[in-house]
Design a protein around this ligand. Structure first.
Ligand code: PEP
Ligand code: MN
Length: 345
């Protein structure tokens, strides 16, 4: 249920509603918009209905949330998009984020070269995996804690917030020490124990859509994180399996405006993993930005030919600045403010 407070409601009236919701064992999620405060009451519907909150002072109306994902739904925020602040960089609403970096952290030189290039080109955050989900158990699995240490070094030098994947809850502590955004990979999108675990932290989480997951399943994954109290969630479209074999996955760009209709959460697009080929990454990035994505997470490498994984799809550091300018122009078409100006400031 959603309790919409009157514009004139006082803090005490809001608090009284929250207390009554909690008195029946339900959770109250407050969201204060510019005009009104809305309280999402999540729990046993009948218990909440019996409270007859319509009669509480300061309450305007009580409306059911129709979607199964309550906290992720756009309804709970009155169609106002959420804007997340990630170590001082904003994403959502009019704010666009360009997240760039290698698929995997391979060496100090590789990571720092990439970090310096993307930073100079105006990227908003640095990506790089220290723990990699590989199809083959014999393939390189990532540098682990050494990779995290290198990411921390790149952050200390450039100031770029770090986006890195968490695959196993046992690595939560060391990952949270370095990550400004924890990435939950496509293969773990429905790892509910892992989602709940990151939900109990306050670190922003980027959830990638599963290889064969519907948008509703993606939103339910987000709900697992939100339900635990972490409001800092981003959704990521990275391509899904279809019958097409000309490229790795089909980037579902329809997901961008649809997710933004269904949810208030920022929507990021990964244009690298779907095509699996460098030449297709730029057109897909521009299409995603023009379609209204709140950010792009793209793979970049100084020597893609030598990359340990995903070499053919990684953009070269050379030419990245030009790519960033084009992405910014495409994002402007969708009404985003300049992220390059923010980087230069
Ligand atoms: C990645 O970002 O490097 C990655 C493995 O992505 P996904 O989980 O989308 O395959
Ligand atoms: Mn990759």
């Amino acid at each position: 249920m959603m309790i919409v407070m009157k514009q004139t409601a006082t803090e005490d009236e809001v608090r009284a509603v929250v207390e009554r919701i909690e008195s029946v064992g339900a959770r109250a999620h407050r969201s204060s918009g510019e005009e009104v405060t809305v309280i999402g009451a999540i729990g046993d519907r009948e218990h909440i209905a019996r409270l007859e909150l319509e009669g509480n002072p300061g309450v305007d109306r009580v409306v059911p949330i129709l979607k199964p994902y309550k906290l992720a739904s756009s309804q709970i925020r009155h169609d106002q998009p959420s804007v997340l602040d990630i170590a001082g960089r904003k994403i959502g609403g009019e704010h666009f984020a360009l997240i760039a970096g290698p698929c995997t952290v391979e060496s100090r030189d590789q990571l720092l070269t990439t970090a310096r290039t993307v930073h100079a080109a105006g990227a908003t955050m640095l990506r790089g995996g220290a723990y990699k989900p590989r199809t083959s158990p014999y393939a390189f699995q990532g540098l682990g804690t050494e990779g995290l240490r290198l990411l921390a070094e790149a952050k200390a030098e450039t100031g770029l917030p770090i986006v890195t994947e968490l695959m196993d809850a046992r690595d939560l502590e060391p990952v949270l020490e370095v990550a400004d955004v924890v990435q939950i990979g496509a293969r773990n999108m429905q790892n509910y124990a892992l989602l709940s675990e990151v939900g109990r932290s306050n670190t922003p989480v980027l959830i990638k859509r599963g290889l064969s997951s519907t948008l509703e399943e993606l939103l339910m994954a987000a709900e697992y994180v939100l339900k635990e109290g972490n409001p800092n969630v981003m959704l990521c479209e990275r391509g899904i399996r279809t019958f097409e074999t000309a490229y790795r996955f089909t980037l579902d760009l329809t997901a961008v405006p649809v997710l933004k209709e269904l949810s208030h959460l920022p929507v990021v697009v990964d244009p690298s993993h779907a095509p699996g080929r460098r030449s297709l990454v730029e057109p897909l990035s521009l299409a995603a930005a023009a379609a209204g994505a709140d950010g792009i997470i793209v793979e970049v490498h100084p020597q893609p030919e030598e990359a340990i994984c995903d070499g053919p799809q990684q953009l070269r550091t050379e030419g990245f600045a030009e790519y960033a300018r084009k992405v910014e122009a495409a994002a402007a078409v969708a009404g985003k403010t300049s992220f390059l100006a923010v980087a230069a400031a």
